[in-house]
Ligand binder design. Structure first.
Ligand code: PLP
Length: 398
């Protein structure tokens, strides 16, 4: 059975070049990068090469890159590391600090903020408009004398909507407040320049950009004091204890290199054209549909579409049975009946949010894959709607 994967915002396949680059670090070059002998030096050199590649992707110095286990750790290290660094050597959260975030963040950020609140910090959740964007003036208005950090994502995982991070960076700089941005869904899809964004911290995850799961990086601007999350050795300049995941780091370095090359080659234009074809054909051929975040700047690979009178989960399952893998949104919310917090924050009704599907393309996606999806979607939606009492009642009413 043919299977087509359009769920690259959940995770991406490791590219063959990336796999080839990392493979020898499982066996042939196995040293601990902290060992001073030949084996360690070999892997240390590979880690430092990867650090250079990742730094080049985001426009910073290699020494400002900290390798982590992924996006969740990067977000936690940025948020707790910064809030804990300010007061106590012991790394306790001092109650009374203030953090600004948005209502559409990934749970890695939202639940970190909830934990801060439980520790007595104040958090302001800035709203988004109907296109899913934060207004930088709302961020400015939310500032308080005790605001320590602004954490607002670069690209949303469900809709692909890009936030005005450069304007938010200006607001943060004017107020002399730290700025972290979760760039997990932006890396490799849009150019990232930490100087233009004027952020102090930026997190990336390997598995969203064709490196394996379980590796990521946090950019930490020189001079930013972070309290570590883990206690152990002095790895990563004492910012992240723990023996480095050398194969993962080498893979991330290679993926960063490939991502940079792709910007000059028109790969993203190809993906965006395929995404647009998918989106426009669905809107044309299937009634009562629309694009979530339409009109806002978006990453080129993502399309979130609502299908009225449909349960998103039912459509995901029906499509999967025919070989097409898509998602209702955040992968971790699969199985939960709660409508997406991102889509409801944009003003969608719970029903419309539950009837939304996320299509996310990757570097491996072909025009044939998109045609395959387009052959399945209209008929599958029609069949599910035939079974829907609400749809039939409304159709009769028409
Ligand atoms: N932030 C965003 C925007 C994400 O989409 C994800 C993963 O879905 C994460 C953070 C978490 O990254 P990881 O899976 O590497 O922990």
């Amino acid at each position: 059975m043919r299977r087509v994967y359009l769920d690259n915002n959940a995770t991406t396949p490791v590219l063959p070049e990336v796999l080839a680059a990392m493979q020898t670090y499982f066996g042939e070059h196995f040293g601990n990068a902290s060992s001073i002998h030949h084996h360690g030096q070999e892997t240390r050199a590979a880690v430092e090469r990867a650090r250079e590649s990742v730094a080049a992707l985001v426009g910073c110095r290699a020494s400002e890159i900290v390798f982590t286990s992924g996006g969740t750790e990067g977000d936690n290290l940025a948020i707790f590391g910064l809030v804990q660094s300010s007061f106590t050597q012991a790394g306790l959260v001092k109650p009374g600090q203030h953090v600004i975030t948005s209502t559409v963040e990934h749970h890695a950020v939202l639940n970190s903020c909830k934990q801060l609140e439980a520790s007595g910090c104040d958090v302001t959740y800035v709203p988004v408009d109907s296109r899913g964007q934060v207004d930088p003036d709302d961020v400015r208005r939310a500032l308080r004398p005790n605001t320590r950090l602004i954490t607002i994502m670069m690209a949303n995982n469900e809709t692909g909507v890009l936030q005005p991070v450069e304007e938010i960076g200006k607001v943060a700089a004017e107020a002399d407040v730290y700025f972290h941005t979760d760039a997990v869904q932006a890396a490799g899809k849009v150019a990232i320049d930490v100087k233009r964004i004027a952020c102090d911290l930026l997190s990336i995850s390997g598995h969203k950009m064709h490196a394996p799961q379980g590796v990521g990086t946090l950019y930490v601007r020189k001079g930013t004091l972070l309290h570590p999350l883990f206690y152990g050795g002095s790895h990563e300049r004492s910012r992240r204890a723990g023996t480095e995941n050398v194969p993962g780091i080498v893979a991330l370095g290679k993926a960063a290199e490939l991502a940079r090359e792709a910007f000059g080659r028109g790969d993203l234009e190809r993906i965006s054209a395929l995404r647009d074809r998918l989106e426009q054909t669905i809107l044309r051929e299937v009634e009562s549909t629309g694009v979530n975040g339409r009109g806002a700047p978006r990453v080129p690979n993502t399309s979130s579409i609502y299908f009225d009178y449909i349960e998103g989960e039912a459509l995901v399952i029906a499509l999967d049975l025919k070989g097409l893998a898509v998602s209702t949104g955040a992968a971790c919310s699969s199985g939960a009946i709660e409508p997406s917090h991102v889509l409801t924050a944009m003003g969608l009704s719970p029903e419309r949010a539950r009837g939304s599907l996320r299509f996310s393309l990757g570097k491996q996606t072909t025009a044939e894959d998109v045609e395959f999806a387009l052959n399945l979607i209209p008929q599958t939606v029609a069949r599910l709607r035939e079974l829907s009492p609400i749809y039939n009642k409304d159709a009769v009413g028409n």
